[in-house]
Design a binder for this molecule. Structure first.
Ligand SMILES: Nc1ncnc2c1ncn2[C@@H]1O[C@H](COP(=O)(O)OP(=O)(O)OP(=O)(O)O)[C@@H](O)[C@H]1O
Ligand SMILES: [Mg+2]
Length: 313
């Protein structure tokens, strides 16, 4: 069992509203509403907890509406190291219609000032040592710059932690320069960060070599139903997921990341690590939520994952 810290700098309360059909500009009545504490680092923590690891969760949390987060952390036994900031954590509203269409309305979230950023750094200096790895996942809140993220990652590395990063845009670009141990972009996110619209296998391999020289040991590129390419010091591998019926893809990337950390920190073989991680991600898409709810189903999904070496043409 590993001790893992996850950082969610811009968490969200996910509010899912179920309705038959959305009529814009009209009064709409919903059939059901569910609120839950979310954000990529929080999601990754939950999957890692399902896999038996010990979790500390941190980041910035709005002081005015922390209840759903605090209840989740208490229920899951997470150590709560979130810095409270004035205001409310944002809400991400998902309007889910009967035909499967989902409309997202993502809120802005609180502005995080320099004092709160300093408070988080000081908190991490104190609590990060003793953890095996730190996962930094999701977007940046207002007020936090990509350069600050880069400095944070550099500091976490200097504290001796394995740093895993999952973000996008400028934050990913800046974060890559810090040379995190592992990064998990999807193909679009990597293409954007590298300023390269088309990502052939040769381009991916070249990017992996360049990033490797910068300190990135593991480049895990996800591509939805088309699977995962994993570049590391070992020969590159590709995993193709089994065909599953999709209930919701929420948490698929987070599940893949959690699965990769689980295998690597448990010193499983590379093939086994990728196979299990891909099965965990496939399991996430078969559910409305995510997480390891059924060990037998996971074992069956693992058998359906195809892992093979990636050969550059
Ligand atoms: N339809 C699917 N069937 C099986 N597996 C899937 C499917 N969609 C996604 N996955 C698995 O989940 C992994 C992550 O998905 P994806 O590449 O869409 O991540 P992402 O874009 O980072 O998503 P997220 O929105 O969760 O951040 C994929 O590499 C794959 O293993
Ligand atoms: Mg993602």
């Amino acid at each position: 069992m590993a001790k893992i810290l996850t950082l969610t700098l811009n968490p969200a309360l996910d509010l899912t509203v179920q309705l038959t059909r959305l009529e814009p500009g009209q009064v709409n009545r919903s059939e059901a509403m569910h609120t839950h504490a979310a954000g990529k680092g929080v999601n990754v923590a939950q999957v890692l907890a399902d896999l038996g690891h010990q979790l500390t969760v941190s980041g910035f949390l709005g002081a005015d509406n922390p209840q759903a987060f605090e209840a989740l952390f208490a229920r899951r036994g997470f150590v709560d190291a979130f810095v409270r900031v004035p205001g409310e954590t944002r809400s991400n509203i998902k309007l889910a219609e009967q035909d499967g269409r989902i409309t997202d309305l993502n809120g802005p979230g609180p502005e995080v000032d320099a004092a709160a950023q300093q408070a988080l750094l000081e908190c991490l200096e104190r609590i990060a040592p003793g953890h095996d790895a730190v996962v930094v996942a999701g977007s940046l809140p207002r007020g936090v710059s990509p350069q600050w993220l880069q400095a944070l990652l550099t500091r976490l590395k200097a504290l001796g932690l394995k740093v895993a990063l999952d973000t996008s845009g400028e934050a990913l670009r800046a974060g890559l320069a810090a040379g995190p141990w592992l990064v998990k972009p999807n193909t679009e996110e990597l293409a954007e960060a590298l300023d390269c619209p088309l990502l052939s296998l040769a381009t991916q391999a070249a990017a992996a070599r360049r990033l490797h020289a910068q300190g990135v040991e593991h480049l895990v590129i996800s591509h939805g139903a088309e699977g995962v390419n994993w570049f590391s010091a070992a020969p590159a591998l590709q995993a193709l997921p089994p065909k599953v019926s999709v209930a919701s893809t929420v948490g698929a990337g987070d599940s893949l990341l959690a699965g990769m950390l689980h295998g690597l920190l448990s010193a499983h073989g590379f093939e086994q690590t990728l196979r299990t991680a891909t099965a965990i991600a496939a399991m996430a898409v078969t559910q409305i939520g995510f997480g390891i709810t059924d060990a037998a189903q996971l074992a069956q999904l693992e058998q359906g994952v195809r892992v093979h070496p990636l050969i550059e043409q």
